[in-house]
Structures are given as C-alpha cells and as structure tokens.
Design a protein. Structure first.
Length: 145
C-alpha cells in the first residue's frame, strides 16, 4: 500500500511539473510577442503586426488619445506616429485560460505629428488566444512621474 501511495505521489508531481512548465512556455511566448510587437512598430512591419493585432484592437495612449487597428496602420503609413526607440525596463505576464495580461514599464521615444517625445510609461496589454494564435486586443499606457 505504501508503494502504491508513493507511485501516486510521483504521478501527481510529474503532472504538476508538466503543467507548470507548459504555463512557463506560454508566458515566455506571450512576453516574446509583446516585445517583438514593439520592434515591429519601430520597423513599421505591417505584415507582422497585421497577424498580431485583433480587428477590434483599441490602443489608449498616455495622453488619452485612442487608436483602432486601422488607425494604427494609417498613422504608421502617414508618419503621424513614429516610434524610434523603445527601452523596456520591466515586463510580466499573467495568464487566465485564453487571456494573457502583460504589464510593464519602459521608455518610449519617437514623434507624433512632428513633435518629438521621450516618455517613461507603464502599460497594460491584453492578449486573447483565438484558435492557435494570440492576438493583442487592448493596450493602455500611463505616463510615469
């Protein structure tokens, strides 16, 4: 009986270990997507962003300005909003079934309508898994002191 109990404990421990490592892989993947998204914004890689941004995306900037997915691409093409450099300081992700919430801080540099900016920001991004893909559905930024 004792041997059977030990076997059960080993099986449960293995299942928990697999579950934790699978979650860690997902967390790493979502964080990687979030970081690559910033690179794609700087490099104006519309094709990559097109696959990541949900059709009903809502960006809310630190000044209260909001953008839809279409507006993100329109403003990128017209040069209304240009990201030149983004230095991420801290990022973390929390998973809730098919939803991931990324929070972070960083320094965002670029220009909007020809006016340069260099802003320390905190941000929250919400990703939803649809099928086999994680899509960014919302992003909100706040200016740090």
């Amino acid at each position: 009986m004792k041997r059977f109990g030990n076997v059960i404990l080993l099986v449960v421990a293995a299942l928990i270990s697999d579950s934790v490592s699978a979650q860690s892989k997902t967390e790493k993947y979502v964080l990687s997507l979030s970081k690559r998204k910033f690179d794609w914004l700087i490099q104006k890689q519309r094709d990559s962003l097109e696959l990541l941004l949900d059709d009903r995306l809502m960006y809310i900037h630190s000044n209260g300005w909001s953008q839809s997915k279409k507006e993100v691409f329109d403003d990128m093409q017209s040069g209304k909003l240009i990201y030149k450099q983004i230095e991420l300081k801290e990022t973390q992700v929390r998973l809730y079934q098919n939803t991931a919430v990324v929070t972070g801080t960083g320094r965002f540099m670029g220009s909007r309508e020809g006016n340069e900016f260099d802003l320390p920001l905190s941000y929250t991004e919400v990703y939803v898994k649809k099928g086999n893909r994680w899509l960014l559905v919302s992003r909100h930024a706040n200016r740090l002191p």
